[in-house]
Design a protein around this ligand. Structure first.
Ligand code: AHR
Length: 559
């Protein structure tokens, strides 16, 4: 779950961070006469004036190489994760058809409408650690088996939200299924029958049961996760033991849907690393080595990686009421994702130079201390402007590695960890992270365009971070988009973007910021952190814009 890495500024972002002395104001002045108090007051004011003038004038130069096309930014890097954990599913998605909360077949309408706007590509379900204790039959038919959820508070699991409800939810929000099958406490037969139940078009007993349960047509299952964290909560397996399971599940857990045989085949995702230590690099090495030598009878298309921004374990950083030091510490920690991706990608390159296997970051996000008064096992936390910046920085890292990172699932969708949405009975509020996902929709399946830039630095309490971050991409219609984050919580960033080879005349989009780094949206004040329109003129192939401190901005460049 947790991991700790040494900070290095991201390398692959084609930006240069100046040495500590570069770009800093130098002061040269002489004071004569007057009292020492006046002298020092004058000196302070002068310092302040010079500092403000020079800082404001510090322009960040960016050059977008519009003619160059990088990899496709797979829309699945904007995937979500919904586990049976706390109020993630029950109350967050499922309220039951007899609830007074407006719903469609038990699934809340407000949540569906909000998620539709994000164009959620896929949802990973039912876990997480929960997946390795989940038995699909208990969530089938009119009589559900009531069980326990030992991982997450030991609460009652009513199984009222089962496979059909999950598939209905996906249908309502327009997303694809990423099913995590139970390797830890289940059997290959159980998983194979689940997939037959879901996907066969032939009149088998399981298909008839599916029809009797309301769905005669076979379902499509886009992604299959074979276990979850099998090195830990998923069964404490060694790489070799897990490999033996992977080969069996990959062989027998088949997708029979006729529409998924040649095209749109179900992609199988193996359990991968959970950090950067030798334990994790050895795991990646073992799985990828086996993949290189795999025979016709088993296959994998993705290697999962989990990495939370947590700093220290157990999670102790507050999600509300924190200051600039905690802002800087958390962002420093989150930027370690870059090294982690590169470390495991390098191992994958050794065995899979053609990058057939995707690195799937299917659990990531900020993991903080539980909100005071909440049930600790429910992983309830608020979501602040800091999380919006954190989300943008991570999405940018994934986009820069789009040739290998083709899928990612933020943890988790509703009411758990770094959520898109918080609910309380009939109330719902959209988080700053939600708005980042909404602003980034144009990047789904867009083509990465390289940007060269001087990131500059932001330093606080001994922590130095890149001051700005940016990605660019062209969508299918050829529209150029920029996403720029100003990490510095105190200084605006004046950006000059060179767009040579274009007739750019205007850029327009949205910017997300708020008064403090810990600003949050609440049920009573839901619009504290919401995007505002922003636009800038371009002249002679140059675009100049001023970004607010601690902000995420997404703009379309009009030509
Ligand atoms: O997202 C919460 C938990 O974190 C997941 O269940 C597990 O896979 C991970 O350790």
């Amino acid at each position: 779950m947790a991991q700790k890495l040494a900070f290095r500024p991201p390398r692959a972002i084609q930006c240069r961070i100046p040495h500590r002395s570069q770009g800093r104001p130098t002061f040269l002045f002489a004071l004569q006469g007057g009292s020492s108090l006046v002298r020092s007051l004058f000196a302070s004011l002068t310092l302040l004036a010079v500092a403000v003038t020079v800082t404001a004038a510090q322009r960040v130069q960016m050059s977008v190489d519009v003619a160059k096309a990088g990899a496709k930014i797979d829309r699945n890097i904007f995937g979500q994760f919904a586990e049976h954990l706390g109020h993630g599913v029950y109350e967050g998605i499922w309220v039951g058809s007899d609830s007074r909360i407006p719903n469609t077949r038990g699934i809340r309408n407000d949540v569906v409408a909000a998620l539709k706007a994000l164009k959620v590509p896929d949802v990973r379900w039912p876990g997480g650690c929960f997946a390795d204790e989940y038995h699909w039959r208990k969530g089938m038919g009119p009589q559900r088996t009531v069980t326990l959820n030992p991982n997450w508070g030991g609460v009652i699991e009513p199984n009222t939200f089962g496979t059909h409800e999950f598939m209905d939810f996906l249908d309502q929000i327009g997303a694809e299924a990423y099913l995590s099958v139970n390797v830890g406490s289940g059997t290959p037969q159980e998983a194979a029958e689940w997939l037959e139940y879901l996907t066969t078009a032939r009149p088998t007993t399981l298909a008839k049961e599916r029809a009797a349960n309301g769905h005669p047509a076979p379902y499509q299952i886009a992604f299959l996760g074979i276990g979850n964290e099998s090195w830990d909560c998923g069964g404490n397996m060694t790489p070799d033991y897990y490999l033996s399971q992977l080969k069996i599940y990959s062989r027998f857990v088949r997708n029979f849907n006729p529409a998924q045989q040649d095209k749109q085949q179900m992609l199988k995702i193996a359990v991968g690393p959970g950090g950067s230590d030798a334990r994790w690099t050895e795991w990646t090495d073992a799985i990828m080595k086996a993949y290189q030598n795999h025979t016709w009878s088993w296959d994998m298309n993705g290697l999962s990686m989990h990495s939370y921004t947590v700093v220290k374990w157990p999670p102790s950083y507050a999600s509300v009421g924190f200051g600039e030091t905690e802002y800087a510490q958390i962002l420093k920690s989150t930027l370690e994702m870059n090294d982690l991706v590169e470390k495991h990608s390098a191992i994958m390159d050794k065995y899979d130079p053609k990058k057939k296997v995707a690195l799937v970051v299917d659990e990531w996000g900020g993991w903080y201390a539980p909100l005071p008064g909440s049930t600790p096992g429910f992983l309830v936390q608020q979501n602040s402007l800091r999380d919006a910046v954190l989300a943008a920085l991570n999405l940018n890292i994934f986009a820069r590695h789009a040739d290998r990172v083709r899928m990612a699932n933020i943890a988790q969708m509703i009411n758990v960890l770094q959520a898109m949405i918080l609910t309380d009975k009939e109330k719902m509020v959209l988080t700053p992270t939600y708005y980042v996902y909404k602003m980034y929709v144009p990047f789904q399946d867009a083509t990465f365009v390289p940007v060269t830039f001087e990131a500059g630095t932001y330093t606080h309490d001994g922590i130095t971070l890149p001051r700005v971050d940016v990605i660019a991409a062209k969508d299918k219609a050829g529209q150029l988009w920029l996403a720029i984050t100003n990490v510095d919580p105190n200084q605006p960033a004046e950006i000059e973007v060179s767009l040579a080879g274009t007739n750019a005349n205007l850029a327009a989009g949205e910017t997300l910021t708020a008064s403090t780094v810990d600003s949050v949206n609440t049920f009573d004040a839901p619009n504290t952190v919401v995007p505002k329109p922003v636009s800038a003129k371009a002249q002679d192939g140059k675009l100049t814009l001023k970004l607010a401190p601690k902000s995420v901005t997404v703009i379309a460049v009009e030509q």
